[in-house]
Ligand binder design. Structure first.
Ligand code: FAD
Length: 451
């Protein structure tokens, strides 16, 4: 049998290796640590958790990441099984004893008869054989350059610049209105592509004070360098002068408030559709290093967003990721070199669990291909299916930024109340539907032995 080669033995690479090997496919993991280090990793272990020790909510009925846990457990995932064995008390969250966890993943993979680990950095894109690139947010410089040479500079980013993302049904449309600046666009849909939130002078001044006073996160040592051009954090723009935002992303020109056409807003916050389903909107130009605890309070000061729920908060981090919607096919293969798949955070998902989930899929898809079969992606109503559908097609390629799993990525369940009140029933309906479809998708495959 042909071997599957995986570059990077992190969250995604470890899960991909396990899934492929359990399906009977021999695997070689190429891992550069410990001889080549990153600024965030501390050990030579596979699947090292570089920062927090949390896999976030473990509630598979009411939480999208909890649902992802459930689906990965059902698929016999090594990351979940090992996390469960090294669980620490943390209420409803799944917290993990990080060093024993990564040591156990390393040992289990090394002891698998079909898995070899080769230590050393890979710096070229392979021409032949079956490969998965799972080198993560801190992909080494040499390999980053090789990927960029293949994809073009526009399609590989070294920093993310994440604007907060709001659930559409939590925006107050009695205050906000739909309009593109100067009604630009060929079609009526394009002319109404933005959601606008108006501010008067008092709103604006209060918002500036809150932005300037909010707690900001610092960069990790070694994380910065040359990111600032083109994606300044909103609070850094505010620090440059109180009028800067009013002449930048919050300029009020070319817009008429349809609720109060005679009132000229002093400033306008614009939101742009973030997914094809229209369930998510991002706040345009609002990438930020404000701490998560401050962000929701500050952004809920925006008229129309008082009750906003956030699918994800903003951030700016060192993060190598590709423009998956343009570069990858539905099988997570690089369109220009289909012998190479991508998995993990480098595909534009964010977080330990999401990264491992994309490894799970890529590993299964690659093993099926090597065995002469094609594994169809899971249904978009499942958590893994929603994520992979988002990165390989659902997301807007022009504004693509890394994404956590959240219910806004799922096709809505018909006939349920929207808004805050129906939320519990709605989430339960999403997760019930997902579990059934996920189990069906698993059952239709060749069995993968559980750990
Ligand atoms: P990694 O787990 O980073 O694995 C990639 C592997 O590839 C690494 O082992 C690396 O050594 C190896 N590699 C890189 N280049 C090469 C090469 N050329 N040849 C061979 N091997 C190579 N996520 C969270 O959920 N919670 C957090 O608190 C959190 N904090 C973070 C803090 C920082 C500073 C960073 C950078 C990221 C953080 N993340 C966090 C994101 C986290 O890194 C990812 O969610 C997760 O580790 C990504 O999994 P991955 O497998 O894609 O990448």
């Amino acid at each position: 049998t042909q071997k599957l080669h995986i570059i990077g033995g992190g969250m995604a690479g470890s899960e991909a290796a396990w899934q492929a090997a359990q399906a009977g496919c021999p695997v070689v993991i190429h891992e550069m640590r410990p001889s080549v280090e990153t600024f965030a990793h501390r050990t030579g272990n596979l699947a090292e958790m570089v920062c927090s020790n949390s896999f976030r909510s473990d509630d598979s009925e009411q939480n999208a990441v909890g649902l992802l846990h459930w689906e990965m457990r059902a698929a016999g995932g090594i990351i979940m099984a090992t996390a469960d064995r090294h669980r620490l008390p943390a209420g409803g969250a799944l917290a993990v004893d990080r060093d024993p966890f990564s040591a156990a993943v390393t040992e289990t993979l090394m002891n698998h008869p079909l898995i070899e680990v080769e230590y050393g950095e890979i710096t070229e894109l392979p021409n032949e054989g079956h490969w998965i690139i799972a080198t993560g947010p801190l992909t080494s410089e040499g390999l980053g350059r090789a990927i960029q040479a293949e994809t073009g500079t526009e399609a590989l980013a070294f920093f993310d610049a994440i604007a907060p993302i709001v659930y559409a049904d939590s925006i107050n449309m009695d205050v906000a209105w739909m309009q593109s600046r100067y009604d630009k666009g060929e079609t009526e849909e394009e002319q109404r592509a933005y959601l606008n939130c108006p501010m008067d002078k008092d709103d604006y001044e209060g918002f500036m004070d809150a932005l300037l006073e909010a707690d900001k996160a610092a960069f990790h040592e070694g994380e910065t360098a040359g990111y600032f051009d083109g994606c300044l954090p909103i609070e850094v723009m505010a620090e440059r002068g109180r009028e800067t935002l009013r002449h930048g992303p919050m300029k009020p020109v070319g817009l008429t408030n349809s609720h109060k056409p005679q009132d000229k807003p002093y400033a306008v916050v614009q939101l742009r559709r973030d997914n094809a389903l229209g369930t998510l909107y991002n706040i345009v130009g609002f990438q930020t290093k404000m701490k998560y605890g401050s962000q929701a309070d500050v952004f809920r000061m925006i008229p129309g967003l008082e009750e906003a729920r956030f699918a994800r908060l903003g951030g700016i981090h060192r993060n190598t990721f590709i423009n998956s919607p343009t570069l990858l096919d539905g099988q997570m293969r690089l369109r220009s070199r289909p012998n190479i798949r991508f998995a993990g955070q480098i595909t534009g998902v964010e977080g330990y669990v999401e990264s491992a989930a994309m490894g799970l899929l890529a590993g299964r898809m690659a093993a099926a291909e090597i065995a002469g079969r094609e594994l169809l992606p899971p249904p978009p109503e499942t958590a893994l299916g929603a994520l992979v559908t988002h990165i390989t097609g659902g997301a807007d390629a022009k504004t693509f930024q890394p994404m956590n799993v959240n219910f806004g990525l799922f096709p809505p369940v018909d006939g349920l109340k929207s808004g805050r009140r129906g939320r519990k029933d709605r989430y339960k309906a999403y997760t019930d539907r997902a579990k059934e479809l996920w189990q069906g998708w698993l059952d239709a495959q060749e069995p993968v032995a559980a750990d």
